[in-house]
Design a protein around this ligand. Structure first.
Ligand code: HQG
Length: 179
């Protein structure tokens, strides 16, 4: 386990799902004030300072967080469940993208398509390997090949987060196949 894994998980919770856990608020674009965040996290009994926060941001394996230019604010690049607008870039997707899920969800996904569930978007990756890893988080992995090019031609929008995750609002069953 990396040095600050537990703390990083907590920061992720605060910046994506529950800012109240550190007694802070995010602005409409998902930014937290860095000083407020450090004070709030410290008050929960966790040891943190700006240097530690910088190390968490720099060493994060999925580049989950970004500072603004003068490092007074920080936000998660994607993955939110609370309604913030992180100014995602609308992008033309590749012809195919991939989604990893658990085999036990497959019947329901076939029936109603991929939904964002607890988050704001359905998360997709450009490679199968990442999708397998994401699927394993939930159980026995199943990878769905998403016909993103066709979706785009049918006017469905795609966004690419700062850390390279493809996002879309939902994927109907007709646009996917099981690998
Ligand atoms: C499934 C991680 C039943 C969906 C990863 C998924 C990712 C359905 C689960 C990011 C369904 C939601 C997101 C339907 C979707 N019926 N199940 N109709 N539609 N589902 O965790 O994509 O480490 O919210 O397949 O790397 O697994 O947090 O989404 O299995 O990029 O940065 O409902 O989280 O990144 O689970 O993961 P999640 P996800 P971080």
């Amino acid at each position: 386990m990396a040095k600050f894994d537990k703390l990083s998980k907590f920061i992720s919770l605060v910046l994506r799902h529950n800012p109240g856990a550190a007694n802070i608020a995010l602005d409409e674009h998902g930014w937290a004030d860095v000083e407020e965040l450090l004070a709030g996290v410290s008050q929960t009994g966790r040891k943190i300072d700006l240097e530690i926060l910088k190390e968490i941001v720099a060493s994060d394996g999925k580049q989950r967080y970004s500072f603004n230019e003068d490092m007074t604010r920080i936000r998660a690049n994607q993955g939110h469940s609370i309604p913030v607008d992180v100014e995602l870039k609308e992008c033309q997707p590749p012809e195919f993208l991939y989604h990893g899920t658990a085999s036990r969800f497959y019947a329901s996904i076939q029936q109603e398509g991929l939904k964002p569930m607890g988050r704001l978007y359905v998360h997709l990756s450009s490679d199968v390997e990442t999708a397998v890893k994401v699927g394993k988080r939930h159980g026995v992995p199943v990878v769905l090949k998403i016909h993103s090019g066709e979706m785009s031609r049918d006017k469905h929008k795609f966004y690419l987060s700062e850390n390279g995750v493809w996002l879309t609002k939902e994927v109907q069953g007709k646009y996917m196949e099981k690998l």
